[in-house]
Design a binder for this molecule. Sequence first.
Ligand SMILES: Cc1ncc(COP(=O)(O)O)c(C=O)c1O
Length: 375
Amino acid sequence: MYDFDSIVNRNTPDDIKYEQIKGINDLIPMWVADMDFKSPPEVIDELVRVASNGIYGYSEADKSYDEAVINWFGKRFDWNVTSDQIIKLPGVVLAISYAIRVLTNENDHVMIFEPVYGPFRRCVEGNDRKLTVEELKIVNGHFEINFEEMERKIIEDNVKLLIWCSPHNPGGRVWSEKELRSVSDICKKHGVFIVSDEIHADLTLYGKKHIPMAKIAGDDCVVLTAPTKTFNIAGIQAANIISGNRAVLRRIDREAVTTGAFGLNKMGIAATRAAYIYGEPWLNELLSYIEGNIDLLREELKDTGLVMMEPEGTYLVWIDASAYPDLAERLLKEAHVRVSEGSFFGSCGNNFIRLNVACPRSILKEALQRIRAIL
Ligand SMILES: Cc1ncc(COP(=O)(O)O)c(C=O)c1O
């Protein structure tokens, strides 16, 4: 019913994904994590309605906004959230940074599991905290956690905070209840607070179900959510930070206000509310389309020496490219396909690339032909 096949020209000078590269005029960008699909029609209509009014004054989300958020998380994750458990911020990375600042002191240790979305590391280091890096292990073709090693490092470094990515970018893991419980139990045992980045929560595939960390860890965590990946509105910058721990929420909110981040802008409020109220049918079709793209990718990578990690969520695919040194660079130069270099996710990602498959299938086919041609 919805159209994910049309090729939309988004090639504007301010578009990061389509950033011009000298000498390349037929670039296929499969790196930055946004999609080449138009947002749900109701989101577009709402943004047009707000834009066409012509007045863009200061705004504050009202009760109808909170209701849309609460209903979404209740319906999709069976998670009871109340208005006083939500704060709004213009971005998940911003929330990570605020959480680090209010929950730890300079030189405290913060744990991350690598490979992981690069800004996790940057937020810890940039705020003068120390990193404790635990590497995810590839077991049976997907990422798993070595819980003993995790606990040992927490004790050794006296870790205060864990920044957790669920579902996982770049590995596409949708963590099981058992895994979440083990992470939570270890953290509780050693007084480690959890910041759970769940920006990819809505993007689960092949019947996998995401469980919010708050349903497991209760008030010992904050959950960072956003409609931005789900509905392709990342440029609008909106996030909802949810926790039953009102004391922690208050401290994050105070840090936000102190640094001039007053909730969401007019477009963020409008787009988020419309997406959560009307976007579900669109999302369900999007997920089937992404599964179709991943199925195609799997087929085309067979026998190439590129080993794909089966994603359970996200539209991002982690690929072992050890057989092809400097593959990301070669793909850009020789195939005009831009992928994310694995090193962005930590040094253990050095021999990997990450491919964003959220594009019309015809584009994916073309990209895969070009990739195969240079292997
Ligand atoms: C795990 C994760 N967290 C956060 C972000 C970015 O969030 P925001 O744009 O809200 O700061 C991304 C974007 O790719 C991501 O993958």
